[in-house]
Design a protein around this ligand. Structure first.
Ligand code: ZN
Length: 398
């Protein structure tokens, strides 16, 4: 029951696709056991101690200026406070990209370059990665960005993507929000990262969906790894997904707000809260050191436009069906169907919704989000909604 699918778009995978370094997948991760940072906003030094000698590569990305250090799989075991941003850097993040790689993203307050980036042996054994950053002119930084090369696996080309043939199986992509270097929001009391909650919920939901007759669900990620927003869409498409459901549990400044929200795509946000949330979600790629995504390539194609509109109508139907199945069963915020410009919902041919299951900023919601019984109940309601949606879409001749 796939809706008309026309010329597949390359969704503009950006240049920094999770770089898989040469490190063997089965070797155990490197251990980064200590770190320190010193300096001022003209010159800043970062030192990270490793047990084994790390291979690494350095890249630069603009707007905002960032330095990206790619490493083989690494366990970062030092206290976060030891590598707190200072000097030339306003934000420092590190974590898993995929099974064989990790990344450090240094967001700079002004154009910078690494005057020194090398691994030195420690006197007492082990190695230290030394990164000396210095301020440079915007011209020099632009030059660094332009002249560098990324040795990354080629992004999937549109022609490599096989769209599943029309079949009787209704395929649902279940997308656990965030992951790896991008932890998402943090639980106010439990400190549980959003990426852990979304993955746990995604597993339950995929299992419940696959129990339904004629429905098969799969996860866009089944581990604590990073996926860019366009990779998520790409994976859904490669599996011939008929539906895309992205799962989240964010935080709000207003801690009393609680309950679930269902979002669909719209270039104009329904309200300020939706707008802010989409903006934060769309930052995910940037946090992980990707170039900022511009919107999808604008193609003047009437067929594509029709497909988009059709997809949009299906997405709204799905959102309404989910809201209806939640009503009276689990908490919803006011106006539970909202819309905004979420990058992850941009597949032109796959009806997509983003579900905020609840808010990690609200203590009651946090308790529920961590409760297995509640998760199972909500997953059941969503699975029922998907089955109802499918029946209705079939009846409408979709
Ligand atoms: Zn989120």
């Amino acid at each position: 029951m796939r809706i008309t699918c026309v010329a597949l778009l390359s969704l503009g995978l950006c240049s920094g696709l999770s770089s898989t370094l040469a490190a063997a997948v089965d070797s155990k991760p490197l251990l980064a056991f200590a770190a320190r940072i010193a300096g001022d906003n003209a010159r800043t030094r970062i030192v990270i101690d490793f047990e084994e000698k790390p291979e690494f590569s350095v890249h630069y990305i603009g707007s905002p200026e960032r330095v990206i250090i790619d490493l083989p799989a690494t366990t970062f075991a030092f206290p976060e406070a030891d590598l707190a941003a200072r000097g030339l850097f306003s934000d420092i993040r590190y974590g898993t990209m995929d099974e064989s790689s990790a990344r450090i993203v240094l967001t700079a307050i002004r154009p910078v370059r690494l005057a020194l980036a090398e691994v030195q042996p420690n006197e007492q054994g082990g190695f230290r990665l030394v990164l000396d950053a210095e301020m440079v002119s915007a011209e020099i930084f632009a030059d660094l960005v332009k002249k560098q090369t990324w040795t990354t696996p080629a992004a999937a080309k549109p022609e490599d993507i096989t769209t599943a043939a029309k079949d009787d199986v209704f395929t649902v992509a279940v997308d656990a929000g965030h992951g790896g270097i991008d932890a998402g929001a943090t639980g106010a009391a439990s400190k549980t990262p959003e990426k852990t909650i979304t993955l746990a919920f995604a597993r339950v939901l995929a299992a419940k969906l696959s129990e339904q007759k004629g429905v098969e669900a799969f996860l866009t990620r089944d581990k604590d790894t990073f996926l860019s927003l366009s990779e998520r869409v790409m994976i859904a498409r490669q599996h011939g997904a008929d539906l895309f459901i992205s799962l989240h549990a964010d935080t709000l400044a207003q801690k009393d707000i609680r309950g679930a929200t269902v979002y669909t795509l719209s270039d104009r946000a329904s309200d300020r809260m939706a707008e802010n949330l989409a903006m934060r979600e769309n930052l995910s790629d940037q946090l992980a050191g990707f170039s900022l995504q511009s919107g999808p390539p604008e193609v003047a194609d009437i067929l594509l436009d029709l497909t988009r509109r059709e997809t949009q109508a299906f997405s709204i139907t799905l959102a309404n069906t989910v809201v209806k199945s939640f009503e009276g069963q689990i908490g919803l915020i006011n106006n539970p169907h909202r819309h905004a410009g979420f990058q992850v919902l941009r597949a032109p041919d796959i009806p997509s919704v983003l579900l905020e299951l609840g808010f990690l900023s609200n203590p009651e919601d946090e308790k529920l989000l961590l409760d297995e019984g509640w998760r199972a109940r909500v997953a059941d309601l969503i699975a029922n909604a998907v089955v109802r949606y499918r029946t209705q879409a079939l009846a409408d001749g979709g």
